[in-house]
Design a protein around this ligand. Sequence first.
Ligand code: DGJ
Length: 758
Amino acid sequence: MNEKIMLAALAACLAGFAGAATDGSASRPYHGDAFLLQTKSTTLALRRENGAWNVAHYGARVESAADVAALAWNRWTGGHKYEQRRPAAYAAYGGDRANGYSFNKWGGLQVTHADGNLSLTLVGEEARTVPDAPGVTHLVLKQRDSVRPFFVTQHFRAYEACDVIETWVELENGEKGAVRLGRMDSFAMDFPLLADAFRFQYATGQWGVEAQLRETPVERGQTVTIGSRSGVRDAFGNNASFMLTIGAASTETTGRVIGGVLCWSGTWNIGVQRDPCDFVEIRAGADTSAGAYVLDAGKSITLPKFAFTYSDSGKGQISRNIHRWARDWQMPAGHKLRPVLLNSWEGSYFSFTEQVLHDMMDGVKEMGGELFVLDDGWFGTGKYARDNVHRDKVGLGDWVVNPEKLPNGLVGLSDEAKKRGLKFGFWVEPEMVNTNSWIFEAHPDWVIREEGRPVNVGRGGSQTVLDYSNPAVRDNIFGQLDALYSKIPDLSYIKWDANADFFNMGSTYLDAAHQANLPFDYTVGLYDLLAKLRAKYPQVDIQACSSGGGRVDYGFLRYADEVWASDDTDARERVFIQWGEGQFFPACAIAAHVTDVPNHQTKRITPLKFRFDVAMSARLGFELHPKNMSAEDLAFAKKCVSAYKRIRPTVQQGDLYRLISPYGNKYAALMYVNGDASHAVVFLWGLARGVMSDYVPPLALQGLDAGKSYTVKEINVVKDKHSRVNGKTLSGKTLMAMGLPVRLRGDYDSAVFELTAK
Ligand code: DGJ
């Protein structure tokens, strides 16, 4: 939509809205006191009352602005003596003064002004839209404190096609001195009386067991919060995403649900508060537990982005909306098909020679792979060489090849990969150093540390975090990486690892007054470095890894193409981990590797077919030494890779439908459907089955075209087939109504079906 048409449509939306003050001209983007922010199926209705911007509705799309005005909650919620609050578009501590005696002590923004005053009463200018991409409505609400020159600008970008709204806030300190931000949430939206029951689904976990789903009721009077204070591994503990069911419990296909993701890799918190008057506030933003952020006079700060969506047909639609938004808008190259790769880690760990790596390249080439990635252990020199003896104890921060291990360097390896028709990538951990490194010897003040206290360290007894708030540190790392990247003309992939938390809290770069800014400024610095690298090397894909799935977040995925889902590569565990991450992250962004058995983390032995059937539901890769595979296994692998390349567009770019959850069941199933519903892929995994029990019901397929017929073909077949309708052509309508009949035999049996429209 061009800007004129968009504005005309907006003007039409507002016609008849009580109190709306448009000037009647489609050429001036002012919309007065009310605004219906529309997407295909949702509406966020905002209105300005007593000078402040409130929420009138968020949910299913409505067209009549006049009806919204008539039906909107028009009193402060509560009505009695307890905590009177208005349904603010951005709730701030100290606002809500309309009745003369109310004072909001909640909200997502708390400002201690230069003169020591603690409150903020936001008054807003009228709504205005600004030009944006086709299919996006960009609304700007300018607000300021009623008394002091402190400015809050709230942005909303509504994506028509995927029903997602992104929002972020810019704060500007026009006061004479610094202000302190005790809370600085990106989103703090209040919803009055949406329902009488709420349930909060979130993903929690830690190393090796990321993204385990939990759901908890939010009872009246409760605030449910999740967060991370790591500073780096922001998705360990909890993932910065949630689904909030409004009213009756939701399922994959039923119920009213709001879903949200915070796009931030630093410390964060998300909270849903249901107050004793059933007033619901959703807050999400950067965490300030280290202390208030100090914003100097005349300075501005842009807070992280938060993206949210609504579905009245259950959680599945929330996932599909966010996946689509991610591929279309958030990820740098969300539509690029991800390659099948082999990463060297579990195949050799630190113990490799050039020959070992060449053999791995031969193996992955033979299986049909497209990219070879060298993991940890290739760098460091002299006494700090990361060799087979010192392993993870030395060398981080010295991004120079270890010539003992790789006499021909990374360039030599890249050439070898090229000879075999493979692309090449390698591992780095740019935010960390070992205290046993040349860089630390030269710059001990470059790490996050506290004056007068010893530096705490993590992995290898010597690993700690660089101070990325310091531009000199970032410049050094950029310079080192640039020197490496620029020498490898065919470089196509970087695994960006990060295996530490803030073990200390202090910066020698920031002055005493700004110490608590460190967690926020670190992340801003990180993004600055990533943006520079991405701009200079757009062809180099990035994997976000952080001890496995410690960086599964949309802040990092603004610059990266995928995440390493977990260091736990056991296929059974991966069913759960990928299920959890798949709630918000599309399959193209979830790296899943076939590894050896017994599995290195769990010692479990699962069939190779099961390992393929699980990994092929995301971005397929390998982490093993192909030399250890039997001829039979290699032949099967070859068959699977070739099938994966065929189904890859549907898996990586299609719509996800979750059919049977692994939670509470002894099997699980999901499917992907491509854009025009001409192709679908169904995955079924058996987890543990009893005898004469636990029969899998017919899989009630979703997302097919009811008017089309589909030929069912099982792929990755070893011996047994898993459906009696294999090879048959059946109507999409009947397959959705009656389901695909399937059968599993024993533990870790599995099946993959391809459905192709006639
Ligand atoms: C942690 C990562 O998650 C692993 O995949 C591997 O890259 C190691 N670090 C290497 O040190």
